[in-house]
Design a binder for this molecule. Structure first.
Ligand code: GDP
Ligand code: MG
Length: 441
């Protein structure tokens, strides 16, 4: 992926005291290839690498103590720039309601976003009204009503049985309704098509003309790759928009769409959608996205957090026990229970492309296993927990029965305990840190 490719590129520069023009050219070529492979549009790539090359050959690098680091910094700066620089927030109208219109292809995530955005605004004290102006698909109105229910916000929909209905009329009626009922934000969900088409554009443009929205948000699926550019251009020409929302960033998106769309349309990315749930949504920060792409610092922070889960004092005590061979099954249980705290880290790791390996390790970690482990250890006598060697066949049968598990499970636990004890003993004598049952972090 893009992150790994860039990391490899920079690895080759490390330790160089001075960069020759050939070094810079090679680096720029590699960055260029990595970006193209990540589906960033060619014109964006050319522009980007041109600026990086110029700066990398300039005095800020030749005069730097560590030129390689300086180049990484430049690439980071330029990434932030093409992602839109500063984060931009919704501009609320001086005279409410603030009108926000959503546009984009079918399946881009508009209706879901309407729910996310309204929930987020409501939590901030706003009184949003969702408007069903997608009268194209049979289920679109119902879907918006469901989403509004989940978000706990009001929805304005055309009377059922009115035939197809006119989305422009609905939007206008909704504005009047919002003023009467004191809704300070109106979010208009519109229809999309699978591909760009003229009629769809005209409808969206007509809605825009009729309600003069404060913001038009173009919602785009981050997974659509190279098509991002044509789609974004078509919507810019056909409807125009004030901001971009990247949806499905939780998927296997390679980041290319994000880089292209902001740069080509000159419109800021304002929000990121990261899942099907209404809370999987956040304001977009160009600098954070850039460092995600470059993987700078984020991984380190996460590792620090994982290590904090095991407090220092505790680690020291446990280490002493390992070293002196007095680590017991009770200690083992205590450690497993601490791993429960790592669940939240799992979701954060999902955000980072470079952290895939760590995420898989955490995925393999099953919390219900802790519950079974607890049951097994609690069915042991105090003596057995301290001296696991006592655990012969008949004791294991008794423990399995007492804990509602099987002898196989008891055996597996004792084996894992013994392995962990052995592993940790090595660590205590100066190896790399390991979490029992999970391997190195
Ligand atoms: P619309 O046609 O633009 O209104 O798109 P919808 O809001 O109906 O979304 C289409 C599909 O994408 C639905 O199944 C959503 O649950 C899903 N979806 C929307 N946003 C996201 C997201 O950020 N991540 C993921 N994984 N799925 C999403
Ligand atoms: Mg929809």
């Amino acid at each position: 992926n893009l992150t790994d490719r860039l990391a490899d590129t920079f690895k080759n520069l490390r330790g160089k005291g001075k960069l020759s023009e050939a070094d810079v050219d090679r680096t720029v070529r590699e960055i260029r290839r990595a970006l193209l492979d990540a589906d960033v549009a060619l014109e964006v790539v050319k522009d980007f690498t041109g600026r990086v090359r110029e700066r990398a050959l300039g005095h800020e690098v030749s005069g730097a103590l560590n030129p390689a680091q300086q180049v990484v910094q430049i690439v980071n700066d330029e990434l932030v720039t093409i992602l839109g620089g500063e984060a931009r927030r919704i501009e609320f109208a001086k005279n409410p309601p603030t009108v926000i219109m959503l546009a984009g292809l079918q399946g881009a995530g508009k209706t879901t976003l309407a729910g996310k955005l309204s929930k987020w605004l409501a939590a901030d004290g706003h009184t949003p009204l969702l408007v069903a102006a997608d009268l194209q698909r049979p289920n679109a109105v119902t879907q918006l009503q469901v989403v509004a229910g989940q978000a706990g916000v009001a929805v304005f929909a055309p009377e059922p049985g009115n035939g197809k209905g006119d989305p422009v009329k609905v939007a206008k009626q909704a504005l009047k309704f919002a003023k009467d009922k004191q809704h300070d934000v109106v979010i208009i969900d519109t229809a999309g098509r699978l591909g760009v088409d003229a009629e769809l554009m005209k409808q969206a443009a007509n809605i825009r003309k009729a309600v003069d929205p404060d913001e038009v948000l173009f919602v785009i699926d981050a997974m659509i790759g190279q098509d991002a550019v044509t789609t974004a251009r078509a919507f810019q020409d056909g409807v125009d928009f004030t901001g971009v929302v990247l949806s499905k960033l939780d998927g296997d998106a390679r980041g290319g769409a994000a880089l292209s769309v902001a740069s080509i349309t000159g419109r800021p990315i304002m929000f990121a959608s990261t899942g099907e749930g209404l809370d999987d949504f956040e304001p977009f920060h160009p600098d954070r996205m850039a460092s995600r792409i470059l993987d700078l610092g984020d991984i380190l922070t996460l590792i620090e957090q994982a290590q904090k889960t095991f407090s220092e004092e505790e680690s020291r005590k446990v280490a002493e026990k390992f070293a002196s061979d007095s680590f017991t099954l009770d200690d083992f249980l205590g450690q497993m229970q601490q791993l429960k705290n790592m669940g939240s880290i799992k979701s954060m790791l999902g955000m980072l492309p470079g952290a895939k390996g760590m995420r898989e390790q955490l995925d393999n970690f099953d919390e219900s296993e802790i519950t079974r482990t607890e049951a097994i250890i609690q069915s042991m006598t105090k003596h057995e927990r301290t001296v696991p060697k006592l655990l012969n066949g008949s004791r294991r049968v008794r423990i399995a029965r007492g804990s509602g598990t099987t002898v196989t499970e008891v055996n597996a636990l004792v084996n894992r305990f013994e392995q962990a004890a052995k592993m940790m003993k090595t660590v205590a004598k100066g190896g790399t840190p390991q979490i029992p049952g999970m391997g190195p972090i």
